[in-house]
Design a binder for this molecule. Structure first.
Ligand SMILES: Cc1cc2nc3c(=O)[nH]c(=O)nc-3n(C[C@H](O)[C@H](O)[C@H](O)COP(=O)(O)OP(=O)(O)OC[C@H]3O[C@@H](n4cnc5c(N)ncnc54)[C@H](O)[C@@H]3O)c2cc1C
Length: 479
């Protein structure tokens, strides 16, 4: 490793490897750093590559188009026709997200790391980043430890933070008006998943579907989140749950139980009447893992002086689905493009990097604040309300639109007339109308994302006020 580069990319997960690949492809001298061993790029924690591993085909195609590369087996483990969300009583199925894949995540991560190397990035494993090197409030490099506890320092014109949700770079930036350093625990899901072999005790596509990635909305099984059964090649699934801490506490106290994330995953697997005779698939030591994922809008700005962030380090996963692979792909590639251009122009200031905020907002981010409101709304409903709402309030098409963050206002209003007979549900319907109205407003606000940094504080205050309003209206209420 040399002393100085154009760009340091910290973290060789999905977003980091793609940022390094795209920056190197555009001619920058790039260092890609990760704490993992060379054989295990993208491993998130000691627990492994903890993820549901489902990604939309459109996101894979984005990477193929932008980088001129192709993906196939073995990293794309199984094609699926879409994601299906089931109501708690399993009577309503909503299909969204179109075709996609369930990935072999360790192989996908290796493929991306190898692409970064192929495009000319220098990859260095076994280096734990401990923080940014800062001079005059500007990031000028990173420091950390490697080998036998030896310290290292390395310098660059620009640092790309791809360290994931717990990023030490983001959290150790100087105080500033742009990058939000801390993320509220209310906006984080605790998650865990198993990769298992099983025998199908019976056929029932409400519990296991070879062609679809299934999501179970159920506030008793997965308070404040959901459970998932994503098929893999052969008789194998990626099965897990995400939960929200306060919802779990409330659910436990109301039900007189003492469940934890760990006990709930076991109960969820047991609940499933199809998945029987299960055994852990321990390839890559990756069978069982626990980690966290954010379910909020991306951070207000993704850039600072000589610094930009990608993927989970900037809270990019979708607030409803917790899908973060797509935005990690998009942000990594866009960040690499902006970064290489800024370096070539010898200007890596916030102003010069601002186009990345605009590009990410346009390509992916603009609906996330609206979806955050919808997530908060969903967390305020018990199973009966979710069942009733999915049955009566919205059509399947409207539900799909909502899951994308779009607002099907007119037909929702007409549904209101159908509902007048069920007086007790009018308040629930009003809540839905409020959530949908708020989503629309936030979509409009994000449509006017600040064109430059001077407008950020005022814009951010407007967004924060809207979100505060929604959080005050909807309190978690799982049971
Ligand atoms: C249980 C679970 C299920 C999920 N399911 C899905 C799903 O089905 N579909 C989907 O789209 N998304 C899913 N997500 C989200 C998705 O996994 C993430 O959004 C995605 O991994 C983000 O990629 P990233 O490259 O930004 O960060 P990461 O994948 O977290 O990569 C960060 C990299 O940085 C390295 N690193 C971290 N700290 C340091 C340090 N200090 N020094 C050096 N290196 C460091 C890590 O080792 C890792 O290699 C899920 C998440 C969880 C937790």
């Amino acid at each position: 490793m040399e002393q100085r580069y154009d760009i340091i990319v910290a973290g060789s997960g999905i977003s980091g490897s793609l940022a390094a690949a795209s920056a190197a492809k555009n001619g920058a001298k790039v260092l890609l750093l990760d704490r993992n061993s060379e054989e295990e790029p993208g491993k998130k924690t000691n627990w492994g590559w903890v993820c549901g591993d489902a990604v939309a085909k459109s996101h894979i195609e984005f990477a193929q188009k932008e980088l001129g590369v192709s993906f196939g087996e073995p990293e794309l483990n199984l094609p699926v026709k879409g994601v299906v969300a089931l109501s708690p009583n399993l009577k309503n199925r909503i299909q969204f997200d179109g075709e996609g894949y369930v990935l072999d995540r360790p192989k996908f991560a290796k493929k991306l790391r190898d692409l970064a190397i192929k495009f000319g990035a220098e990859y260095v494993s076994g280096h734990e980043v401990e923080g940014p090197i800062v001079e005059n409030d500007k990031v000028i490099g990173v420091f950390g430890k490697h080998g036998n506890n030896e310290t290292f320092k390395v310098y660059a014109n620009l640092v790309i933070d791809s360290l994931g949700i717990a990023s030490v770079l983001r959290r150790r930036l100087p105080a500033n008006d742009y990058i939000q350093k801390d993320i509220s625990t209310d906006d984080i899901e605790s998650t865990g998943r198993y990769i298992v072999d099983f025998k199908a005790a019976k056929e029932d596509t409400s519990y296991y579907d070879r062609e679809f990635a299934l999501i179970h909305l159920n506030q008793q099984l997965a308070p404040g989140g959901y459970g998932w059964v994503f098929p893999k090649k052969g008789m194998k699934v990626n099965v897990g749950i995400g939960i929200e801490k306060h919802s779990l506490e409330l659910r436990n106290s109301k039900m007189g139980l003492n469940d934890t994330l760990h006990s709930l995953i076991d109960k969820y697997v047991e609940w499933n009447p199809v998945l029987k005779e299960i055994s852990m698939d321990n390839e890559h030591n990756n069978a069982k893992g626990y980690w966290s994922v954010t379910v909020r809008r991306q951070l207000p700005s993704l850039v600072y002086e000589n610094y930009l962030g990608t993927g989970d380090s900037m809270a990019m996963p979708n607030p409803i689905s917790a899908g973060g692979i797509g935005p990690a792909i998009i942000s990594g590639i866009l960040a690499g493009q902006t970064a290489s251009k800024a370096v070539a122009n010898k200007n890596t200031s916030i102003d010069s990097l601002w186009e990345y905020n605009l590009n990410f907002n346009k390509a992916y981010g603009s609906k996330m604040a609206g979806l955050e409101v919808f997530r908060i709304f969903l967390q305020s409903m018990n199973n009966d309300r979710i069942d009733y709402g999915m049955e009566h309030f919205i059509t399947k098409d409207e539900a799909v639109e909502l899951s994308y963050g779009n607002v099907p206002e007119l037909s929702l209003a007409s549904a209101f007339t159908k509902l007048l007979s069920g007086v007790q549900n009018i308040s629930a319907f009003k809540d839905l109308m409020y959530a949908v109205g708020k989503m629309k407003k936030l979509n409009e606000i994000y449509g006017k994302y600040p064109a430059d940094k001077s407008a950020l504080p005022a814009w951010r205050a407007i967004v924060d006020a809207e979100m505060k309003d929604a959080k005050e209206r909807f309190k978690v209420n799982p049971i």
